[in-house]
Ligand binder design. Structure first.
Ligand code: UTP
Length: 297
């Protein structure tokens, strides 16, 4: 029987330079899409996939994240006193069972692979998920849940993959595909941030992974890769040579890169329009903006 995936690592120790100056004092993952921080979307997705233990790899200046998942007795008492049961209900999603959440420090931003490695002792010898909260995915069935279901069939390592235009491939890890079975592809290699002309395909890795503990052992070597960082992609690709299979999973859904300004704005519009209480106002405003823009041209 395959072991169930019940642990997820959330690497959130990056510097977030693309959203400076905001990220000078606000962790990127606490920035808000409509009324929930990015990290809440990731936690909800993890819970839907059956994750029970949440491991955050953090860095200096991320204490707002820890507070977010803590109880807030004064606020809760005040809301209760005023009979604001609906608001109390919205706070429920931030509740964490005691001991279900752990924070580990990455003392230096040495790369995503290094951040994942920092959590090795909490993973021990079982498969685990990695989720990057700045990749927000709108999907009918949450992306990680889709992957867990596929993983139950396939085992091995699995990375979320999506088609990107060739000129964008150099911003991602890119899959070298051995067999294409539609939603699942078997991978024979992975290249981190290749030049457009060297990209082995247009299938890019985005921030959802299900990994075997062998990847942690590969990370033990802590070899620097593209950009001088310790790359998770390299440690996953190393498994292919030792016969642990690697699969790309073409998820169904729309991914927003909320680590970039344009992606964040697009996600704000998309999630705003998906809300019954906001759709009419927001859509009306957008129509006005577009009309004014057209008239000005
Ligand atoms: P990014 O490539 O988005 O880097 O990291 P970043 O530092 O967060 O943002 P920019 O590029 O400077 O704007 C992808 C994920 O890996 C984590 C980040 O927190 C993010 O979730 N990460 C990256 C770490 O935890 N540690 C690192 O050393 C690097």
């Amino acid at each position: 029987m395959r072991r169930k995936v019940t642990k997820a690592i959330f690497p959130v120790a990056g510097l977030g330079t693309r959203i400076l100056p905001a990220t000078k004092s606000v962790p990127k993952e606490i920035m808000t899409l409509v009324d929930r921080p990015l990290v809440q979307y990731a936690i909800d997705e993890a819970r839907a996939a059956g994750i029970k233990e949440f491991i955050f790899v953090t860095s200096r200046g991320k204490s707002a994240l820890e507070d977010y998942f803590d109880h807030s007795p004064v606020l809760e008492q005040e809301l209760r006193k005023k009979g604001k049961t609906e608001l109390l209900e919205t706070l429920k999603s931030t509740d964490m069972e005691s001991g279900a959440i752990a924070y580990i420090r990455q003392h230096k931003a040495l790369g995503l692979g290094h951040a994942v490695w920092c959590a090795r002792r909490l993973i021990a010898n079982e498969p685990f998920a990695v989720m990057l909260p700045d990749d927000v995915i709108a999907a009918e069935k949450p992306c990680l849940q889709q992957m867990v279901e596929a993983y139950e069939e396939s085992g091995g390592n699995m990375v979320a993959a999506m088609e990107v235009p060739p000129e964008k491939a150099s911003s991602y890890g890119v899959l070298d595909v051995a067999e294409d079975h539609g939603s699942v592809v078997r991978v024979k290699g992975m290249v981190e941030k290749p030049k457009a002309e060297d990209a082995p395909s247009n299938l890019a890795v985005i921030g959802r992974y299900i990994l075997e503990p062998t990847v942690l052992r590969n990370l033990n070597k802590l070899k620097q890769g593209s950009g001088g960082e310790i790359q998770l992609t390299d440690a996953i690709a190393e498994d292919i040579t030792s016969d642990v299979p690697v699969y790309g999973y073409r998820f169904r859904g729309q991914r927003f890169d909320c680590g970039s300004k344009a992606g964040f704005l697009q996600a704000t519009v998309a999630f705003g329009l998906s809300r019954d209480d906001l759709r009419d106002d927001l859509a009306g405003y957008l129509r006005e903006v577009i009309q004014t823009d057209k008239a000005a041209q």
